[in-house]
Ligand binder design. Structure first.
Ligand code: UDX
Length: 433
């Protein structure tokens, strides 16, 4: 099929390349010329495992192209909207500027009878509004949320857990058939496909992310209780996780969640629920957010306490900047936040991350970035692990001890073996263990 993908950020670039890998002819469109030039040259503008290969294969096949010219979408049968819906400046709700602009631009060029498939995470009610607008041009609109995780974005796109089509009664059969054609390879594998109305499809995405955020904050709340009772939250998570109804995934306590989705989605959901007069239904999400943010300060407090309340002038190594491993994304990153907070208290912070140094340096030029893990550890008076990179998990306690000035380590992700580090002579502190 002929497809267009509007917005070539994380979601759009991955979607465009993945759809080409399924055999479709795809044009990815974005207003950012530098981004389009990179993608057209086969260079992903961000770190995502596997993307470079899918991108290069797509370009080489001739089925994948990138453009800044919206008129290039004119021949497409389906137009995916994959632009961002960031948190509005100074408010909790989602900024819909890009979704609205993308829809207008599509409608200027799309052929009648084509289908817009929205993938961006939007406030419930958006699809209904845009469907009316599209109908004036004879274009149909469905909502088709994505659930991709950074670090697994290609796999999550070409082999998702489920597909969700949010459609209107009027065009249900047509829209379903069109999307079934797009995803035929995926459906042939028996992937569950749910056809819902539009509000349900919009809510599926925010409900899923709210649930995940709640799960993480739940275990972090248990970490807070563990800290005052002497319990070990990691063992607690293992024990409750054996109950299949609970499950062990997303029960890792630490400095909490960040990234481009979870934090802004729970805030936008809260704002939308308040608009709908149902703020009380999701009032708990404010607590979820607060618990999450408290854990960042908790690590900072632990570090400061280890210097008897005065971290000023002490050399603190912060290992990790990305919001999670296998990503160079620092949006709302707890790791970066911890580094900034410690720096703000006058600590001599040295940061290191295997992939996120450039993105972090652009956003926070005032921080000190080491060019290697070894340099970061050199002469350190406190080591703080805040992103779960495998390089940090694999650190050898004895070898690391030889590099630092004071063997004190804070495991902000509970990824190290406390006994091994203590046996090697370290003062080890985890989160709630
Ligand atoms: C998330 C959703 O998982 C995905 O389905 C949606 O499409 C986009 O948002 P992503 O932002 O890539 O994906 O990150 P995810 O893997 O969910 O992790 C989010 C944050 O939670 C990270 O900062 C991670 O470190 C943290 N986390 C995750 C925990 O603190 N504990 C856990 O047990 C799991």
């Amino acid at each position: 099929m002929q497809l267009s993908v509007i917005g070539c950020g994380y979601l759009g670039a991955v979607h465009a390349a993945s759809m080409a890998s399924l055999g479709h002819t795809v044009v990815g469109i974005d207003v950012d010329e530098a981004k389009i030039a990179k993608l057209a040259a086969g260079e992903p503008p961000f770190h995502e495992p596997g993307l470079v290969d899918v991108l290069k294969d797509g370009l080489a096949s001739g089925r994948l192209t990138f453009s800044t010219d919206y008129s290039d979408l004119a021949d497409a049968e389906v137009h995916f909207i994959g632009v961002g819906t960031p948190q509005r400046s100074g408010a909790q709700g989602a900024d819909m500027t890009y979704v609205n602009a993308a829809t207008d631009a599509i409608l200027e060029h799309a052929k009648p009878g084509s289908l817009i498939a929205g993938k961006s995470t939007v406030p419930v009610g958006t699809a209904a509004r845009l469907t009316e607008l599209a109908a004036t041009k004879g274009v149909r609109l469905a909502w088709n949320p994505e659930f991709l995780r950074e670090g697994f974005a290609i796999k999550d796109t070409v082999d998702p857990d489920r597909l969700v089509y949010g459609v209107t009664d009027a065009t249900r059969d047509e829209d379903t058939a069109t999307l079934d054609n797009v995803y035929a390879t995926i459906l042939d594998r028996g992937t569950p496909r749910l056809v819902t109305n539009q509000p349900t499809a919009e809510l599926v995405k925010v409900a899923a992310n709210s649930f995940l955020a709640t799960k993480i904050s739940f275990i972090n709340a248990m970490a807070e209780i563990s800290e005052v009772t002497g319990a070990d939250v990691t063992q607690l998570a293992d024990a409750i996780g054996h109950d299949e109804r609970i499950g062990r995934k997303f029960l890792n306590a630490g400095v909490g969640f960040g990234g481009g989705c979870l934090p802004k989605d729970i805030r936008a959901f809260t704002a939308r629920a308040e608009e709908l007069g149902k703020g009380e239904s999701v009032a708990f999400l404010k607590q979820v957010d607060e618990i999450n943010l408290r854990r960042r300060q908790r690590v900072v407090d632990l570090v400061v306490d280890s210097f008897d309340g005065q971290v000023f002038g002490h050399r603190v190594t912060v290992l990790g900047l990305a919001f999670k491993p296998d990503s160079d994304d620092i949006r709302d990153s707890p790791a970066l936040d911890v580094a900034v907070r410690l720096k703000g208290l006058g600590a001599e912070v040295v940061s290191y991350d295997p992939e996120a140094m450039d993105t972090a340096r652009r956003a926070h030029p005032q921080l000190n970035y080491a060019d290697s893990l070894e340099t970061a550890l050199d002469g350190s008076e406190a080591v703080v692990v805040v992103t779960e990179w495998k390089q940090f998990k694999a650190l050898d306690p004895a070898e690391t001890l030889a590099k630092v000035a004071r063997p004190v380590i804070f495991d902000g992700r509970n990824i190290l073996d406390p006994a091994a580090w203590r046996d090697a002579g370290w003062t080890y502190t985890g989160m709630g263990r």
